[in-house]
Ligand binder design. Sequence first.
Ligand SMILES: [Zn+2]
Length: 221
Amino acid sequence: MTDENKLAVSVDVEDWYHVPAVTGSSFSEYSDVHEFFNKWDKEYDYLTKPTHRTLDLFEELGIKATFFVVADVIDNYPGLVEEIANRGHEIGCHGLHHECAIDPDTKEPRFTKEEYRDQISIAKQKLEDATGEDVIGFRAPNAYVSGWVLDIIEDLGFKYDSSVARNSLYNKTDQSLDCIETEPYTPKSGSLDPGGNRELVEFPWPYFDSIIGKVPTAGGH
Ligand SMILES: [Zn+2]
């Protein structure tokens, strides 16, 4: 690998019941993960084995990545987050229970700013307690992000966000993303638009311009 050919790799660490159809959104089957665990009496862990396979593959390829972890993984999969960190990867924050910040349909906030701030503050602290490292990166659950979310995470001490996905089949934010390219940028205060002068940096998800539109070169949520 040369300096001109570097690859940035990130992984979201969450299980199947964190997807919005199951928990964490306005159209979820269960109101939240607590209700899911109260009612679900079958096997739920489809995360541990794939995470181990991913860690082994990265080791084989010599890749160090950022793992954006849903903080309740710490409670439900003891030792897993610690293992990711011990194997040399960066731990980022992917919410407390993978709750969407804004409603997927209306794009309105699903929480007050104070409620959302409290969730993310608890998540950050849990991840830092588990790993003994500062957590400076954030990825919004399901990429439902907004300018006010960036304001909150900056205030909580995050140094970067990686949630803006202009390549999505549909826009998951509450504003136009027309002015957003693929390079890292500084968002304006209260906005996802470039041109700010604060410390928080946004790493938007990559896309490739083609004649059929903006083709995603990254996936997940
Ligand atoms: Zn996710």
